[in-house]
Design a protein around this ligand. Structure first.
Ligand code: FES
Length: 103
C-alpha cells in the first residue's frame, strides 16, 4: 500500500467516525406526541445503563425493559433505577418536517 492511499483511508475513516458521532445520538431519539398535541423528543438511551427506552402507549410513559426504569412524558425518571431524567432535544415543526436538535 502506498503512503498516499494509507493517508486517504485514515482521513476517510476519521471523517466517517466524526459524522457518526454527531448523527448517532440523534438517530437514537424518541419523539412523543402528548395528549395536547405537543411534540417532545428525548434521547432513547436510558440514564441507568444506556439500554434503549421505548414508549408504552397503554401507560402513556417511557419505559426501559432492561431493569424496569420508567420516565414520564417530560422525560423525568419516576420509577426504577435510572438516576436522572432522559436527555431532552428541541423539536421544531416547519411545514411538514419535524426537526430535532440538541437543546
Ligand atoms: S438500563 Fe434502563 S433501567 Fe437499567
Amino acid at each position: 500500500m502506498q503512503r498516499r492511499n494509507f493517508i486517504d483511508i485514515l482521513l476517510g475513516s476519521g471523517i466517517l467516525a466524526t459524522t457518526a458521532s454527531i448523527v448517532y445520538p440523534i438517530l437514537r431519539g424518541l419523539i412523543v406526541r402528548t395528549a395536547d398535541g405537543e411534540l417532545r423528543a428525548f434521547s432513547a438511551r436510558c440514564t441507568h445503563l444506556n439500554c434503549t427506552v421505548q414508549y408504552d402507549s397503554d401507560e402513556r410513559q417511557i419505559v426501559c425493559a432492561c431493569h424496569g426504569g420508567v420516565f414520564d412524558l417530560n422525560g423525568k425518571n419516576i420509577a426504577g433505577p435510572p438516576p436522572k431524567p432522559l436527555l431532552t432535544y428541541s423539536v421544531n415543526v416547519r411545514d411538514d418536517e419535524i426537526v430535532v436538535s440538541r437543546v
